[in-house]
Design a protein. Structure first.
Length: 333
């Protein structure tokens, strides 16, 4: 029997972040280290799953159930303003989620639950947030056994004048409206504000991965808490633009993340996370043990997939989820 248990954890800036534990109680009660009767002995692993923009736990739930049925213990983190997490009064962006929501989640998993292993499975912006978090908190890198990233890119969506124009137009549209109407556009259950999406637009338009509030000159001499404004949304936008070049560049520090990464892209994902952008992001980790895989009909796969289907479709369950399982079990400990 599959069970879902909710835990709310507190961030350092006062929000409540939902962490759902997904376990198959039938598997759990047997307390066996064998995930299947004919498989090699593999200790049940702990897996943290995280969604991206417009989403909540539903994006990760089906694959979490799949992994739990194999005997693993899954945890799904929902961003602030999404799912069962608190609705913040202040504006937030990807980096806010990385700095606060991920920190609270990892603190809970390692300090309170005292997990002895952890694998991360992310979709889209969840991978970008995990990357920023680990760069900010490198003490956790060696505690993560493996990472699987579905459709994750940050600064590579622009490859020609047409794609540049599309993203610029999306930025202008979002600014005029104040948010992306994800529900009406059938992009997901949660609308995202211009403040949240503007960071992603700028990363791609500028082809960089710079912080919105961490100064490069201070990163090596202060902690993130000391360098983070108590109210990120209160930044003066003019001074932010003027000092953008001095802001911390995450891309320079991505090679410090030595955790084995399995990156998955979808050929049919033409706007949010095109294969070229996913490859550019993947390459910056610079670990020869990492694996990149584009799924497409040309490669003999079941689908060209889109940004969402690569994670949640029936075809993905058939041919992609088992490869994630294999990656996790390869790096189990």
């Amino acid at each position: 029997m599959m069970t879902e248990t909710l835990k709310l954890v507190s961030t350092k800036d006062g929000e409540k972040i939902a962490i759902w534990k997904i376990v198959d109680t039938a598997k759990d009660e047997k307390k066996t280290d064998i995930l299947t009767t004919n498989a090699p002995r593999v200790k049940a692993q702990n897996i943290l799953l995280t969604h991206g923009t417009f989403s909540d736990k539903q994006t990760c739930l089906r694959i979490a159930h799949y992994l739990a049925q194999l005997g693993h213990h899954c945890y799904i983190m929902e961003w602030r303003g999404h799912g069962a997490s608190s609705i913040p009064t202040d504006k937030f962006n990807f980096e806010t989620v990385a700095t606060y929501d991920f920190e609270a989640t990892f603190r809970y998993l390692f300090a309170e639950l005292k997990l002895d292993n952890l694998h991360c499975v992310t979709h889209s912006g969840g991978g970008a947030c995990l990357t920023m978090f680990l760069i900010q908190n490198p003490q956790y890198i060696d505690h993560i056994n493996s990472i699987s990233m579905f459709a994750c890119q940050v600064y590579g969506a622009v490859s020609n004048p047409i794609s540049y124009t599309k993203i610029l137009a999306a930025k202008v549209f979002t600014r005029l409206l104040g948010f992306i109407p994800a529900k009406k556009l059938k992009m997901g259950p949660f609308n995202e504000s211009y403040y949240t999406m503007n960071q992603w637009y700028d990363w791609n338009l500028n082809k960089d991965f710079k912080s919105s509030f961490i100064q490069q000159s201070k990163f090596e001499t202060t902690t993130i808490d000391e360098n983070t404004p108590s109210n990120i949304a209160s930044e003066n936008s003019a001074s932010h633009i003027a000092s953008h070049n001095s802001h911390f560049d995450y891309r320079q520090h991505m090679p410090t993340i030595t955790t084995p990464i399995y990156a998955i892209s979808a050929k049919g994902d033409h706007f949010i996370s095109p294969t070229r952008g996913c490859q550019l992001f993947f390459d910056k980790f610079a670990n020869p043990n990492n694996v990149f895989r584009e799924y497409s009909l040309d490669h003999g796969d079941l689908d060209d997939y889109t940004h969402s289907r690569v994670m949640v479709s029936r075809n993905a369950a058939t041919e992609i989820w088992p490869t994630v399982t294999a990656w996790i079990e390869k790096h189990a400990r």
